[in-house]
Design a protein around this ligand. Sequence first.
Ligand code: NAP
Length: 202
Amino acid sequence: MGKVIFHNSVSLDGFVAGPNDGPGNPLGDGGEALFRWYFSGDTEVQLPGSPALKMSKRSAEVFLEGIRTIGAMVVGRRMFDIAGAWGGTPPGEPCFVVTHTAPQEWVKEGSPFIFVTDGVESAIEQAKAAAGDNSVAVSSANIAQQCIRAGLLDEIHLAVTPVLLGGGVRLFEQLGDKPIELEQLAAIEGDGVTHLAYRVIK
Ligand SMILES: NC(=O)c1ccc[n+]([C@@H]2O[C@H](COP(=O)([O-])OP(=O)(O)OC[C@H]3O[C@@H](n4cnc5c(N)ncnc54)[C@H](OP(=O)(O)O)[C@@H]3O)[C@@H](O)[C@H]2O)c1
């Protein structure tokens, strides 16, 4: 079975989106700073269904290595809604969306989305089965917190960006009151970003 890995860009003060995030403001106020590193170099990275990114060579290597092994994705319903269901082309497929209510317009033959209404453990179990030896990418902070609490997360990969957002969606909260030990796997400097990777010690 592959690993379950959380990937996100985060501000130095620990936010994955600024205040007032929503469908018209996906990364919240000031949150675009979290992804400046996508456009701060001259190495082109082309993903299906997205405009070309231009990042530094080292960031491109980290980024491409991160997505190379993704076999399934798990997100929360807020991210799904805020991203407008990525127009039907999520960054990882199949894409398991944890929610209380499945949006019926996406429950159809050929949909890349599978709506999971019986919790995060079930979503991760289904995503792991779909991914086989490849990894499961967790992409929402709220889902990542639940995975950490349930001992389901294997690694945390962060792109730490030079901005203090001061508010918004916190990456690490509601983790319980026991320390969670991590092992550092990588610390790589890009242009306008530091890529950090940790293993969660269980
Ligand atoms: N910086 C980055 O790299 C990055 C990347 C991706 C996204 N983002 C941003 O990060 C934010 C993600 O939002 P978020 O972390 O607050 O929310 P989220 O995890 O995307 O979604 C939370 C929602 O998922 C549903 N849910 C969660 N756990 C559930 C459970 N156990 N059972 C049933 N339903 C459950 C609930 O929605 P319902 O009750 O409505 O079903 C809940 O309100 C957005 O602002 C997004 O733009 C940042």
